[in-house]
Design a protein around this ligand. Structure first.
Ligand code: PHE
Length: 464
């Protein structure tokens, strides 16, 4: 069927620019800032990584953020509808983004549920002196695929918490754009910053922290000659700013007509990177402590993702004085940062379904979330569910997001040739004027980097 072409009555709106900025920062600041950036920076040349990282931010991250903003704000729709209004055949890009959000959303909900459990576990250090054994053993049981089955330790608490996470998402989204999405971020983000700063300060005073920081910031200039480092910097920036997921597009469709989009984008971009660097300091202070406590080098304990959060950190929590506090702050931060991102991810789906079927907010929220909540709650505790999620997530990260970004920049730059229109729209109320340089970033630099990234991961897949 056809998507409704008339403006949906009552799509919801942000009360103003700061509500939008908080929601956008809430989306951008997520698990990636805390558990992905620190190791990426370390591996990409330490202090020297700041150069490709800042260049990626300025030549692709922020320029693509502006693209998202302009499409959503100019065509005022969910991802599929806004793309469709831009040019009919591009609607599929929007649905592609919706699909990415379904998968990433399921993954985020699970990690938040795990973090909630570990926040409580931190108090009594439930993993004892074997964090790795506990996580792969009792907690997730068969994640490693050792044997099939369901772990009771896992099913009980995780089932309850994952349901809790979904209920919280349902309530937030049903409350709407301003009272739900914006208000949540306006409470959670300041709280997150306070908690995280306390965590970082605590970590800085751990013995060995300085060794960790030296390892992180020690510049390895030779890394700058390695193209893989540049690709990694762009990859981190794309993921971290949540560009090409349809998220920023959806959020900006709720902004008042006369809004300064470019100024807001700069605030969001720099706030996100500042949090990322703060996370690097906190995580490497803790890793420095861990290395010292175990009598090994920092390089031997560097990890990211699930390994960092559910194995390295529990180990640190067990060994550090006042570990329980560190645990509550760390896992609490993952929960807060993750939740505001999850809300933004799910809003892409809800908004698309609302536009497609002409549903108002509460029915739209329920139609999307009840199946997702029930499906993920039933699926996750099984071996197959976790394996499936892991595979899908890997695939989405390597191809889905990069592919969507690549197709949108090529469609915009070379087929639809929509960039001049978008530039005029951005310049209409912007604090500064975007020139031809912005178009070059979107048309040339971004597709080049994205294309090379795609080819490299395909080669990796074929030769693996
Ligand atoms: N930007 C988030 C992060 O850094 C990740 C994210 C991706 C959030 C997509 C929302 C959507 O963790």
């Amino acid at each position: 069927g056809d998507a409704p072409q008339r403006e949906r009555a009552n799509r919801g709106a942000f009360s103003g620019r700061s509500a939008f900025i908080f929601a956008a920062i809430g989306s951008a600041v997520g698990l990636g800032n805390i558990w992905r950036f620190p190791a990426a920076a370390y591996e990409g040349g330490g202090g020297a990584f700041m150069i490709p990282y800042l260049i990626a931010l300025l030549t692709a991250g922020i320029p693509l953020l502006f693209v998202d903003y302009a499409i959503g704000h100019r065509w005022r729709g969910s991802a599929p509808l806004a793309w469709r209004r831009l040019k009919r055949w591009t609607e599929f890009i929007g649905w592609w983004q919706v699909l990415i959000c379904v998968i990433i959303g399921a993954y985020y909900a699970l990690i938040i549920a795990w973090s909630l459990n570990y926040m409580v576990f931190s108090v009594g250090q439930k993993w004892g002196d074997d964090a790795e054994g506990y996580f792969f053993g009792q907690f997730t049981h068969s994640l490693m695929g050792a044997d099939a089955g369901i772990s009771f330790d896992y099913v009980g608490p995780v089932l309850v918490t994952i349901l809790l996470v979904w209920v919280a998402v349902i309530i937030t989204l049903a409350l709407g754009v301003e009272s739900g999405i914006a208000k949540t971020s306006m409470i959670f983000i300041p709280l997150l910053v306070v908690m995280f700063v306390i965590l970082v300060v605590r970590a800085l005073f751990l013995p060995g922290a300085m060794t960790g920081l030296n390892a992180l910031f020690q510049p390895n200039w030779a890394a700058l000659a390695d193209p893989a480092v540049w690709i990694a910097a762009y990859g981190q920036i794309f993921f971290s700013l949540s560009v090409a997921f349809g998220i920023m597009l959806t959020y900006s469709s709720y902004l008042k007509k006369k809004t300064d989009l470019t100024g807001s984008g700069l605030v969001v971009g720099f706030a996100n990177s500042s949090f990322e660097i703060l996370a690097g300091i906190g995580v490497f202070s803790a890793l420095g402590f861990m290395a010292q406590a175990q009598g090994v080098q920092v390089q031997d304990v560097v990890t990211d993702g699930i390994g960092l959060a559910f194995i390295a950190f529990p180990t640190i929590i067990s060994q550090a004085p006042g570990g329980a506090l560190i645990g509550v702050l760390f896992f609490g931060s993952l929960v807060l940062a993750g939740f505001t991102s999850l809300v933004s991810i799910i809003e892409v789906i809800v908004s698309a379904v609302q536009d497609k079927f002409g549903l108002s907010r509460v029915p739209g929220t329920l139609v999307v979330l009840l199946p997702m909540a029930i499906g993920s709650t039933l699926l996750f505790p099984t071996t197959m569910g976790l394996a499936l999620l892991d595979t899908l997530d890997n695939f989405v990260n390597s191809y889905g997001i990069v592919g969507a970004a690549l197709v949108s920049t090529i469609a915009l730059g070379y087929i639809v040739r929509g960039l001049p229109t978008l530039r005029d729209h951005l310049n209409f109320k912007g604090t500064f004027r975007l020139g031809i340089g912005w178009e070059t970033c979107v048309k040339v630099i971004a597709p080049l980097v994205l294309g090379v990234t795609m080819v490299l991961s395909a080669v990796q897949l074929l030769t693996a």
